[in-house]
Design a protein around this ligand. Structure first.
Ligand SMILES: Nc1ncnc2c1ncn2[C@@H]1O[C@H](COP(=O)(O)OP(=O)(O)OP(=O)(O)O)[C@@H](O)[C@H]1O
Length: 718
């Protein structure tokens, strides 16, 4: 492995002195908080004064509130280590902690973990000590220092290093952190960030950074710490531009939302894809061919064609009575107007005014010589025949209306299916030697057809529709005056579990990127669903690449003990043979338990038994029962029938001690123990079932049990 260990010394000679320092740091922190509270009281946000004065007070008030929030460390330890620099580097020492603290004389006592000096704390290795002579890790509970772990740098230390693997720093503190029971919420790792992680966290802001890493290598925590670091380092301009973190589902967002309170203060938005489109209700997702087609890049052509199909010349001339005469809009004139509107306008809706004015002009021209278009407009505007003609030629459309009409009509679908890729998409694909395959096949467009609801507003859309609604919005533009012309963009976007996003979904994110600065994290081996990617190139291709993307890999697994990882690795060998499983930091742990049930009708009971055993083993810890979607009800009912309290991930998040989670929702989550139910069914039922099983087997930090009634897949048998 090449992982270097050193143990935490509980009776370190400097324990008392360091405890005194920590106490002093806490006292200063409290003094700063008290000062901030006093200031807040003084700057009371009142009614008096000018508008300007009120506004200024509010700004100051907000700043103080932010500062107070930043100074709130709760139960977490304030200081987690110290670095001593060699004489040549100044000979100073710095304490590294959660927030910066200074004493009454403004002398710094603790340096914020994101500050440049703190980098050496995470990155120094015996081979590259970065000017350090010593690094010290503190193990503490709240304010109490329990132990100190020292690493010395210098010639002697270099000689002791062997192997090529990554060096683990602060091994004792790391293992202590990893062994803490999981609460159903991800915690921060500021005290024990490892060098390969730190490099990603502090990587420069511009451009796209893709992070590949196996389960439990810290992709999610690292991506979130990176967001916190970037906001600290580039507060201007990032705070103004905004930072967006996108996760796969709400369960996952709930799981990560408390990792770093500083992200909340800085206004980082956590979102699932559906949150990025307005005015629609989204629930559930599509499966099979429909899901595949909706995520396909060819849908750009289909949506573009669907919009064009709604821009039509009249089939018959329009004749309208006007006093004693009749005005006429010829078919040719209507065709000319539509062609001209298309030529002049990039977006559909804003062109409607142009079309209207041209129509009135043509009608006026067909009447007496002095007839003015505005006179015609004033008289005819709102009449049924004019409304019908304009609706036919150039209807104002919301994205929901466009897609509702499209999916509800085989004729419209068939037409739109012939849409070619838009030229920019085609060019990009050609440049990469990719297929620019044209329209959809009959089966493909038929898979999109569905019965119409009464009104577009009443439709409940699926997550797979979201990118199509967004695509439509990007072509239609604002429907009403005052609707924003462009979507909200962000100075940095973090995308977690990015390996599952379809090309169309990636376009949604690309559109929201202000300048192409993104952190994309995921694991190709865990890629499931209709758009499981086999390499990151396919993902990058859909993003706004302004400079060569950077790639990083996380190779050390922090979550999964080696014996459990060994079982998961057997699945990986068939699910993604080219990928190597992460190397577990934790070599200890019980081997996974496998329980076979002879009688399928006894399966749910056996699952409940296994879950209870796990609860016994993990004490206060959390247990997930991970099963195929179709078994959730039966298993949940069996728990209820036996009077055992449990939660269902879809309803209660991970708040209960035992939670029943369908395998499709478990990605990204972590618990102390998991019971994986019926691997053969998981493999069969899910798109990319092998990878889904790999995900299921890699959720537990401590214990893993497998319960099955059907034979285990070959690769899992001993
Ligand atoms: N340097 C570290 N110090 C302490 N804990 C760590 C460290 N790195 C990762 N962890 C812990 O390891 C666990 C796995 O991290 P995380 O969930 O971010 O992994 P992941 O790569 O996103 O996993 P998955 O692919 O399964 O989603 C978390 O509990 C995290 O806190």
């Amino acid at each position: 492995m090449g992982l270097r260990k050193s143990s935490m010394a509980p009776t370190h000679p400097e324990l008392e002195a360091e405890q005194a320092y920590i106490d002093k740091a806490y006292a200063s922190l409290e003094a700063s908080r008290a000062a901030a509270v006093r200031l807040k009281d003084m700057v009371e946000v009142g009614k008096g004064g000018t508008e300007q004065a009120r506004w200024e007070r509010e700004v100051i008030h907000d700043n103080i509130a932010q500062r107070l929030q930043a100074l709130h460390v709760g139960d977490a330890s304030l200081v987690f280590g110290r670095i001593d620099l060699e004489d040549a580097a100044g000979g100073d020492h710095f304490y590294i902690g959660r927030v910066a603290v200074a004493d009454a004389e403004r002398e710094p006592l603790v340096v914020d973990w994101r500050a440049p000096v703190a980098e050496a704390f995470y990155r120094a290795t015996p081979r590259a000590p970065l000017g350090l002579v010593r690094r010290r890790h503190f193990a503490s509970r709240g304010r109490t220092l329990l132990g100190i772990e020292d690493e010395l740098f210098g010639d002697a230390a270099v000689a002791a290093v062997n192997g090529d693997g990554p060096t683990i720093t602060g091994h004792g503190a790391l293992i202590a952190a990893l062994e803490t029971s999981r609460t159903g919420r991800l915690g921060d790792i500021v005290g024990t960030i490892q060098a390969e992680q730190d490099e990603i966290i502090r990587s420069e802001l511009p451009g796209i950074l893709v992070v590949q890493g196996g389960p439990g290598t810290g992709k999610t925590v690292v991506a979130l710490h990176r967001a916190a670091y970037l906001l600290y380092t580039h507060r201007f301009p990032l705070e103004g531009q905004g930072v967006l973190v996108v996760g796969p589902n709400r369960l996952f967002l709930g799981y990560i939302e408390q990792v770093l309170p500083s992200l909340g203060e800085a206004g980082v938005e956590l979102a699932v894809l559906a949150d990025l489109v307005d005015d629609v209700r989204v629930q559930g997702s599509d499966r099979g061919l429909t899901a595949r087609v909706k995520g396909d890049l060819r849908m750009t052509g289909v949506v573009a064609r669907a919009v064009r199909d709604r821009e039509r010349a009249l089939r018959e001339p329009l004749r309208v009575g006007f006093g004693l005469t009749r005005l006429v809009l010829t078919v040719e004139d209507s065709a000319r107007i539509v062609a001209e509107a298309r030529r002049r306008y990039r977006l559909h809706n804003p062109a409607r005014r142009f079309v209207e004015s041209q129509v009135y002009e043509a009608l006026a021209a067909s009447g007496p010589e002095d007839l003015q278009p505005h006179t015609v407009r004033d008289r005819l505007h709102g009449s049924l025949e004019m409304r019908e003609a304009l609706e036919w030629m150039w209807p104002l459309l919301t994205p929901a209306e466009l897609l509702h009409d499209l999916f509800g009509s085989k004729a419209l679908l068939r037409n739109a299916a012939a849409g070619r890729l838009p030229s920019d998409v085609r060019r990009r694909r050609e440049a990469r030697g990719r297929r620019t395959g044209e329209g959809l096949s009959d089966d493909e467009w038929r898979s999109l057809h569905r019965p119409r609801s009464t009104a577009a507003d009443a439709v409940i859309w699926t997550t797979d529709d979201v990118p199509l609604l967004d695509e439509a919005r990007s072509l239609l533009g604002p429907r009403r005056k005052g609707d924003p012309l462009e979507v909200r963009t962000y100075g940095h976007i973090v995308v977690d579990e990015a390996q599952d996003l379809s090309p169309m979904a990636l376009r949604v994110l690309g559109r929201r990127s202000l300048n192409g600065s993104m952190t994309i994290v995921g694991d190709i081996a865990q890629s499931t669903g209709a758009w499981a990617h086999d390499d990151w190139d396919e993902v990058i291709e859909q993003l706004p690449v302004k400079r060569p993307p950077r790639r990083a890999e996380l190779t050390v697994g922090y979550r999964i003990p080696a014996p459990n990882m060994a079982m998961a690795a057997r699945v990986l060998r068939v699910a993604a043979p080219d990928l190597t499983p992460p190397r577990s930091v934790r070599q200890d742990g019980d081997p996974p338990r496998v329980a076979a049930v002879d009688e399928p009708s006894r399966l749910a009971d056996a699952v409940v038994d296994a879950a209870l055993q796990e609860v016994d083993a993990v004490g206060q810890g959390s247990v997930a029962v991970i099963c195929p979607l179709a078994m959730v009800d039966a298993i949940s009912d069996t728990f209820a029938g036996r009077g055992i309290e449990h939660g269902r991930a879809t309803r209660h998040g991970l708040d209960a001690q035992i939670t029943v989670v369908p395998v499709g929702l478990v990605k990204g989550l972590e618990l102390d123990a998991s019971v994986v139910v019926e691997p053969a069914a998981i493999v069969e039922d899910e798109a990319q079932g092998l990878r889904a099983l790999y995900v299921a087997l890699t959720r537990a930090t401590k214990r893993l049990a497998v319960v099955h009634a059907r034979p285990l897949p070959d690769f899992l048998r001993e």
